[in-house]
Design a protein around this ligand. Structure first.
Ligand SMILES: Cc1ncc(COP(=O)(O)O)c(C=O)c1O
Length: 480
């Protein structure tokens, strides 16, 4: 063993220098494996978007070009970039300590944030279990629900029911709940099986629907769905640990929006049949839908609530899984009785993340950003109105600060473009030259700017989209 710590000569020391765009591109292509990205296609991008800084709702690339961050840096940014209050919160905490563990110790911001979350969360959700991101918030929920039933002697209740087009993250438990074939089918052999149910009024065409098998029910009436979901839950209640839903808006499935009443119906059925209800508000939480939490629209409390993304205003990775006293109590008692929740991450309750989350939450409440999302709803509706008659727009859906524009080959009969045309991607690529950054879900163009974005920015996004849809009819012709 070499104990000579004084001579690091053999270790190559990377030089920290400012690199230009070409050098960074070369290094990116050589070393970075991008998420959800066909990498061979990525290599053909000679001018990839390299973000260097941001300000408010804008991001700037290495060439100095300015873009509106029209998808909130993947649905998480709430207040914009370089927000003085959030920057100060991070700096304040940095001047104390960056990270300490929650295993066997506490830290100040994680205690305070938990108490503050408990105050604003749907009623009764007073216990906060931290993790790192949305997927882990869901993993925690799954293990918590599963073990709850084991701990109270109902070990037959091990199953999970999730929704058609569901997306709950990319870790294996979350993937087991997922029902978007393009993302999930490949991994079935290493998933646990979950039951799938349909939600009411899934539109005739959506990226989710293009992968759905024949059991999809086109519910024309809420009462039809009502009977259907009651039968599904009743039939499996004895083995179901929990029903899992992205309340009000299903995100990655194509921004699919549920009619009012869906959540309260599920809450009632879960209560009647002794099944837990898990609401995954990783995307919908913190004002995005026009209420602090999507559950608030129907004034229901789930048994378990999953949060991330907007939890820190989009500044830091942090997940939180909230539950109520009854579930928590099932994990208490004699330490030798095997009831302990054996779960935790190195960065659980990260002080920097928790401190910035506290300030973000305070700002959301003080500035009433949930109401701001409702205003944004109107700006989006006004801005997208002219597209309603476009022959290649199949549907426009808006809830709070979330809009989805579905691009189709033709409206009647509703026909999607062949996925290989990647029309959503092509439109978003063209939007860049208008100074707008959007990311599609298949052929659904998603608009979800930071809640603090100005009306002018929302109008610019909508105008740019319209101008692309109008100016490029050749984009929509069939090239065979
Ligand atoms: C509803 C929902 N749950 C979970 C996740 C996973 O979150 P993360 O990407 O932070 O793991 C996402 C991500 O988009 C989501 O939309």
């Amino acid at each position: 063993m070499n104990n000579d710590f004084s001579s690091p000569k053999s270790v190559p020391q990377p030089e920290i220098t400012e690199l230009n765009a070409a050098e960074l591109t070369t290094l990116d292509h050589r070393h970075v494996w991008h998420p959800f990205t066909p990498m061979s296609a990525w290599f053909s991008k000679k001018d990839p978007l390299i973000i260097t800084h941001g300000q408010d709702e804008y991001l700037y690339d290495i060439q100095g070009r300015r873009y509106i961050d029209g998808v909130s840096s993947l649905w998480c940014n709430i207040h914009g970039h370089r927000v003085p209050e959030l920057d100060a919160a991070m700096q304040r905490q940095l001047s104390k300590v960056a990270h300490t563990t929650l295993l066997g110790a506490c830290n100040v911001p994680s205690i305070q944030l938990a108490a503050e979350l408990a105050q604003v969360a749907p009623a009764g959700l007073e216990k906060v279990f931290y993790s790192d991101n949305g997927s882990t918030a869901v993993e925690v929920a799954l293990k918590m629900a599963f073990q709850y039933w084991q701990n109270i002697g109902r070990s037959e209740k091990t199953g999970f029911l999730s929704m058609t087009a569901a997306y709950h993250g990319d870790t294996l438990g979350a993937v087991s709940l997922g029902h978007i074939d393009a993302f999930h089918a490949r991994y079935r052999a290493i998933n646990f099986p979950s039951l799938r149910a349909d939600l009411p009024q899934i539109p005739a065409y959506s990226p989710a629907n293009s992968t759905i098998d024949s059991h999809i029910v086109p519910f024309s009436l809420f009462s039809e769905w009502d009977n259907y979901i009651r039968d599904v839950i009743a039939a499996h209640a004895n083995v179901l640990a929990a029903v899992v839903i992205e309340p009000v808006v299903q995100g990655a499935g194509g921004m699919l929006m549920q009619p009012h009443g869906t959540l309260s119906r599920l809450r009632k059925l879960c209560d009647e049949h002794e099944v837990l209800l898990i609401c995954d508000e990783v995307m919908t939480g913190f004002g995005r839908t026009g209420a602090l939490f999507a559950c608030d629209h129907e004034q229901i409390s789930p048994d378990i609530l999953c949060l991330s993304k907007g939890l820190t205003g989009g500044y830091m990775p942090l997940g939180a899984t909230l539950t109520h006293q009854r579930i928590f109590d099932a994990f208490c008692g004699d330490p030798n009785a095997g009831r302990t929740f054996f779960h935790g991450h190195t960065f659980t309750g990260h002080p920097l993340a928790c401190e910035v989350a506290r300030v973000s939450l305070q700002m959301i409440l003080e500035r009433d950003l949930s109401r701001r999302a409702l205003e944004m709803s109107q700006w989006l509706a006004d801005g997208l109105r002219a597209l309603r008659d476009h022959p290649n727009v199949g549907d426009i859906r808006i809830t709070g600060g979330i809009a989805a524009v579905e691009i189709v080959q033709q409206r009647t009969p509703l026909t999607p473009f062949p996925w290989q045309r990647r029309m959503g991607g092509e439109i978003c690529r063209r939007l860049r030259s208008h100074g707008v950054l959007l990311r599609p879900l298949g052929d659904v163009v998603v608009i979800m700017p930071p809640l603090a974005a100005t009306k002018a920015s929302v109008e610019q996004i909508c105008d740019s989209l319209q101008s692309i849809m109008r100016q490029f009819p050749d984009l929509f012709t069939d090239h065979g």
